[in-house]
Ligand binder design. Structure first.
Ligand code: PMP
Length: 573
């Protein structure tokens, strides 16, 4: 007679985490073992790191039979987890099995310390197999799936509440902005569109990982490895919540937006876009969301088309039907332009794309840091963004995909961690997100990004948005008063906190150098959007981009530095 689930609950409650781990192993030792001839290939459960065999016996002639389960593994700790599953499911009727929420059992046992995401996949594989057996025997097939195997999370620290949020408080949290430079000036950072600065909590989190428990992820059973896995899964969950994704399994860590767009363009595109098909993008795309689609079109003999733009730099939706047709397989668009600041109507574009059978891929590199993102209401198929523009570290990016879309996407990077089984002549892939996380992850960066998302969430993206829009309005008004200055892009109501401008007789690079003399840090050039600049008929622009830590004083500093720069440049002619 196996131990019951109530007995397991009672034992677990009494033990501290280290002893719980030992208890789980002991449960494993007590589980009856399969004889070698019972370890059949056909009874193997796929998705498990270790070998797991599972068999079921049900009375044939009963319409809702009791199902007896047996299982075994070559790893003792897995045998411990199997004991928990068998105690939960075995000896129950088919309909009882289908009604049981194993996620609740796992949450009550707080099994997170022992379950890496790969192991979670394996467990989910066992649960799926058991439920599949039950479904075959249940009197009625219409049972909804109760919550899947979910890892309970470590609670996160509360940092600030929205009511306490003051722009100066925010600024104080960024060490780089609070220094006195060699020339006695304080930096006025207006290049967050390229990369945002990091608050102290993100720097501290990265340091905590490095100093206290760094190890590789999803590999080690020792305490550092387990802590890293837990921190990474915490970060994954936070990011899922932040963009309103349904599950952390829809979030893959990548090395950045560029790598992620390539992963979608080639991982999804090669098997879904063919000769004669069309890919629709816009002329305002960053090269990262332009060149991969262009190259995919060339490789697949598909056609790359563009949504027409209005003269003020918005997408001309009145003319969308001219280019969005049954031939369109994918619409790839930025949530917000990195040059014009234009905010695109993602929800409407998604609906229009889906109506012709196309998918929508959203480059959220600029939009995610500045406005609320809700992948479910917007109904986007894939969303992509980078950590470093969201107050997080460089070297980490995010791929979100609808579950079905991720499942139909092939990996483009192959190697460790992303596999299910490797045979001599072929391999099979792990379920998403592991499938898209080949090799060693940017571990510290991904955990740091989780801290950045906490920080942004605590302050509240809506607050950040409103604060930045106020700065945008104020800067736009003041810049427009400078003779000869042209701002590119739509009116403030249709854009986010980016201003790209040019002054008649001044080269953007000369101006940027002058601004730097006043420690006003801006970007100049084509901002990785050459086709757009061709359309604007300029070789480059000066760009000021705002973030949560900018203040009205920064706007004043920008305007006065431009006036100073113009005087200097014009005086010397
Ligand atoms: N898309 C947009 C709109 C961007 O602004 C950027 C970065 N400038 C990217 C994609 C590429 O991001 P990353 O360099 O982090 O890959």
């Amino acid at each position: 007679m196996l131990i019951t689930i109530e007995e397991i609950f009672d034992e677990f409650e009494e033990l501290d985490p280290r002893d719980q781990s030992q208890f789980l192993l002991e449960l494993g030792y007590d589980l009856p073992r399969f004889a070698p001839e019972e370890q059949r290939e056909s009874d193997l459960v796929h998705g498990c790191q270790s070998q797991v065999w599972l068999t079921a016996r049900a009375a044939d002639n009963d319409s809702n039979p009791v199902i007896e389960l047996r299982a075994d593994s070559d790893a003792e700790v897995v045998r411990g987890l199997i004991t928990v599953l068998l105690a939960s499911y075995s000896g129950k009727t088919a309909s009882e099995i289908l009604r049981l929420s194993i996620g609740d059992v796992f949450a009550r046992l707080r099994l997170n310390q022992y379950i890496s995401p790969q192991r979670q996949n394996g467990l989910q594989g066992m649960v799926d197999r058991i439920r599949e057996i039950a479904r075959r025997h249940a009197p009625c097939a219409a049972y909804t799936d109760p919550s899947p195997v979910q890892v309970p999370l470590r609670p996160t620290a509360v940092l600030l509440t929205a009511a306490e949020f003051d722009p100066l408080d925010v600024r104080r949290q960024f060490p780089v902005l609070n220094q006195t430079l060699d020339d006695g000036l304080t930096p006025v950072f207006l290049d967050s569109g390229a990369s945002a600065q990091k608050p102290q909590v993100v720097i501290d989190k990265e340091r905590e990982v490095e100093e206290q428990y760094y190890a590789n992820a999803y590999r080690g059973r020792y305490r550092f490895g387990a802590r890293i896995d837990e921190e990474l899964e915490n970060a994954r969950q936070k990011i899922a919540t932040f963009i309103s994704a349904e599950s952390p399994q829809q979030i893959a860590f990548t090395s950045g937006a560029t790598a992620t767009i390539n992963a979608v363009a080639f991982g999804w595109g090669r098997s879904h876009v063919g000769e004669g098909d069309e890919i629709l993008i816009t002329e305002m795309e960053h090269h990262a969301n332009f060149v991969p689609w262009q190259q995919l079109a060339l490789q697949q003999k598909a056609t790359l088309r563009f949504i027409p733009m209005t003269v003020d730099g918005r997408l001309d939706l009145n003319r969308l039907d001219e280019v969005l047709t049954k031939k369109t397989k994918v619409l790839a668009v930025c949530g917000m332009s990195n040059v014009l600041g234009t905010v695109n109507p993602v929800r409407e574009l998604a609906a229009r794309a889906h109506a012709v059978g196309a998918i929508i891929v959203v480059d959220g590199a600029q939009s995610v840091p500045h406005q609320v993102t809700d992948v479910v209401s917007d109904d986007v198929d894939f969303l992509i963004f980078s950590g470093h523009k969201l107050y997080g570290p460089t070297g980490v990016g995010i791929l979100y995909g609808k579950t079905g879309r991720l499942a139909e996407t092939e990996p483009i990077l192959f190697g460790g961690h992303m596999i299910d089984r490797v045979y001599r002549d072929h391999s099979t892939w792990a379920a998403p997100p592991a499938r898209f996380e080949a090799g060693t992850l940017p571990i510290v960066q991904a955990i740091g990004l989780g801290a950045a998302v906490d920080w942004v969430s605590e302050i509240d993206v809506t607050w950040i948005h409103e604060h930045e829009q106020q700065l945008l309005r104020s800067a736009t008004e003041q810049l427009q008063r400078i003779p000869g200055l042209t701002i590119f892009g739509p009116s403030v109501d249709h854009k986010g906190a980016i201003i790209s401008f040019r002054i008649d007789d001044v080269h953007p690079e000369d101006l940027a150098i002058m601004l730097d003399r006043r420690a006003v840090l801006t970007r100049h050039g084509h901002h990785c959007a050459m086709p757009l600049h061709e359309l604007l008929a300029v070789s480059g622009t000066t760009r000021a981009s705002f973030a949560a830590y900018n203040t009205e004083d920064d706007v004043t500093a920008l305007v006065s530095a431009i006036e100073y720069g113009l005087d200097e440049l014009r005086r010397r002619r």
